[in-house]
Design a protein around this ligand. Structure first.
Ligand code: DON
Length: 308
């Protein structure tokens, strides 16, 4: 890795590369409430393990829906509590399919390919519900503590909007239930999952939360949530599965463990160094933010900060 540390200059250069692309892509509308977001927003923040924070664009004011980015943090909570047992219920291979695809689940006996696609995330939320009795509460507590913001919460309009249009996730959950791979009632798991996805953060808050992984599993208060090995394993799953059927493309273009969400955010981790949050609401055809991907590619190009 290069020793380039002037993140202020780096972020200006990232902004230069991205500026003319802001507004590109298509805002997610299969959750109607998400379609109300201004497509011309863009934010980018870097939080370093030394405690510095650098940002450009709309990084602190506007909060956006975390959506699938929450899957990283629910997995971290489950691994910290139940260790390896979750891997009996979900695999850790790339799916090569879209994040809400059903067909693989049918011929793979209700065991999802990985925890970053929707069926895998539903299993993780189900496990977290069993482990804690309140999956979304446990996630909220973790995120509030790691971002330093006690006020993080789910946007109830987004959660309700997803519930009202959530038949695909419902189908995934009931299909897994039919194979005996759901331990709690499906409506309860879906309720926690929809509210989990609807938690909103700013770019700066997301970058701070990602430090949990950049610091190899160490929390903001200095305690260890995950073993160093489990933090590494989660980042490996992010790299191979975190951007769905574009994971190969992201490894090629960005070269960092990344997790995207249909709210337009992408979290990327430079292990041992920093956590990077990029946000632009317009998505590409695979459901990943077009401008956030471009910004992350520019970031690793300029800094040479990559795991490769
Ligand atoms: O379950 C869903 O479809 C959404 N709540 C989350 C999907 C998502 O963020 C996929 N991301 N690219």
């Amino acid at each position: 890795m290069s020793d380039y540390h002037d993140y202020g200059e780096v972020l200006d250069a990232v902004m230069e590369r991205v500026r003319s692309h802001i507004g590109e892509g298509r805002v997610a509308d299969y959750i109607p409430e998400l379609a109300r977001v201004d497509p011309d927003e863009f934010g980018f923040s870097v939080a370093t393990v030394d405690g510095d924070l650098y940002s450009v664009g709309d990084h602190s004011g506007t909060r956006f829906s975390m959506q699938s980015i929450t899957k990283v943090f629910t997995l971290a909570l489950v691994m910290s509590r139940s260790g390896d047992s979750v891997w009996k219920r979900v695999h850790r291979e790339p799916s090569g399919t879209s994040f809400n695809s059903l067909y693989q689940l049918e011929f793979e006996s209700g065991v999802p390919r990985n925890p970053m696609i929707n069926p895998g995330a539903l299993i993780v939320t189900d496990q977290l519900l069993t482990d804690t009795g309140d999956a979304v509460g446990a996630l909220g507590e973790l995120l509030c503590a790691e971002t330093g913001d006690p006020d993080l919460h789910a946007d109830n309009l987004v959660a309700r909007s997803e519930d009202e249009h959530g038949d695909r996730n419902r189908a995934l959950a009931y299909l897994m239930s039919s194979f005996g791979n759901m331990h709690n009632p499906v409506p309860d798991v879906l309720d926690h999952y929809f509210r989990q996805c609807a938690i909103t953060v700013s770019c700066e808050e997301l970058a701070r939360a990602g430090l949990l992984l950049a610091r190899h599993g160490r929390r903001a208060d200095g305690s260890q949530l995950l073993s160093r090995s489990d933090a590494r394993r989660i980042m490996a799953v992010m790299l191979t599965c975190g951007t769905y059927d574009a994971a190969g493309e992201f490894a090629y273009r960005v070269g960092l463990p990344c997790k995207s969400g249909v709210g337009g955010g992408i979290l990327a981790i430079v292990p041992g160094r920093c956590s990077v949050a990029a946000w632009g609401p317009g998505l590409d055809s695979k459901g990943n933010s077009a401008t956030a991907a471009l910004a992350l590619e520019a970031f690793t190009d300029i800094t040479n900060c990559s795991v490769f």
